[in-house]
Design a protein around this ligand. Structure first.
Ligand SMILES: [Zn+2]
Length: 107
C-alpha cells in the first residue's frame, strides 16, 4: 500500500495537484491481497500525504489463464489452473497478479 500511495502522490504532484480525492487500485486475485486489509493499510499510511482525505477504491481482477490447446482464456477461481474444456493444466497466468494504480482523482 505504501508504494501504491507513493506512486499516486508522485503522479498527482507531476500534474500540479495538491490534493488526491480518490485512488483506484487494480488488484489481481492471485496477489493474495485482501481488499479490506488494503483499506485498513491505506487509512494508516495516508495521513500527512496528499491523500490524507482521499477514498480508496479497489478493483479486483480475476485470475485469468491461457490454454494453449484451446487457444482461449479462462478464469479460475482457485489456484488450480485447469482448462474447463480440455482439462489441461495451464502454466500461463495472463491476469491476476496486478497491484497497480488504475486511476486518480486530484485537484
Ligand atoms: Zn483447454
Amino acid at each position: 500500500m505504501q508504494s501504491a500511495l507513493e506512486s499516486a502522490e508522485k503522479s498527482a504532484r507531476s500534474s500540479g495537484a495538491t490534493q488526491i480525492h480518490l485512488i483506484r487500485l487494480r488488484v489481481g486475485a492471485m496477489t493474495g491481497v485482501v481488499p479490506d486489509a488494503l483499506q485498513f493499510a491505506f487509512e494508516v499510511v495516508r495521513s500527512g500525504t496528499l491523500a490524507a482525505n482521499a477514498r480508496l477504491e479497489v478493483e479486483t481482477i480475476p485470475a485469468t489463464c491461457w490454454c494453449a490447446g484451446c487457444q482461449r482464456e479462462f478464469v479460475t477461481e482457485d489456484y488450480v489452473f485447469e482448462c474447463p474444456d480440455c482439462h489441461q493444466l495451464s502454466g500461463t497466468l495472463r491476469r491476476g497478479r496486478e497491484l497497480e494504480l488504475a486511476s486518480l482523482e486530484v485537484s
